[in-house]
Write a protein that binds this ligand. Sequence first.
Ligand SMILES: [Zn+2]
Length: 207
Amino acid sequence: MLEDLKISVCDANLELVKRGVVIYTWGNVSGISSDGKYMVIKPSGVEYDKMSPDDMVVVDIESGLRVEGKWNPSSDTKTHLALYRKFKNIKGIVHTHSVNAVAFAQAGIAIPALGTTHADYFYGDIPCTRELTKQEVMEDYEANTGKVIIETVDNGGYDPMAIPGIIVKNHGPFAWGEKSGKCSIQCCCAGKSSGDGFKDASAKSEG
Ligand SMILES: [Zn+2]
């Protein structure tokens, strides 16, 4: 099922490697089916250089259960599910550990809107969430990461499609969009923004 979506989600995952915003297997892209019922996401722990569309995992958005795929879904699956359930216009989500964005995550500060390319993708600063409590970390880190992202958007009172990404304190960036390809560019923007003037962001068209 969802063979085309598996191809585009796999491609978007591999794009992160090409862009230098993930190392090892840390990072993930997902996309949802046009009826909004299923998410296709990167498998957990599979090396990027061996990854093919057949390795992608299909998860039921409502139940959170795997419905197809030979691997477990990405360890960040519960975070992706929380965002799809809450923000109905999202079609794709990207998470990376890009060095520059992680520096902001460790410092716990928003990425300020200082450049024109940032402004092309984000209508304002990219906010940083609060730190999760010890209890939230122990209890269910990935689900509570989704919760704290939603809380930050709600408290900020902004449109998540106008600022389609966020920095999770002590972790890294999550970005989303109406297409999974486009949101991988946004995550690159978030990743590159502090360090080298967004030089990657204009290199790829929406897809
Ligand atoms: Zn991560």
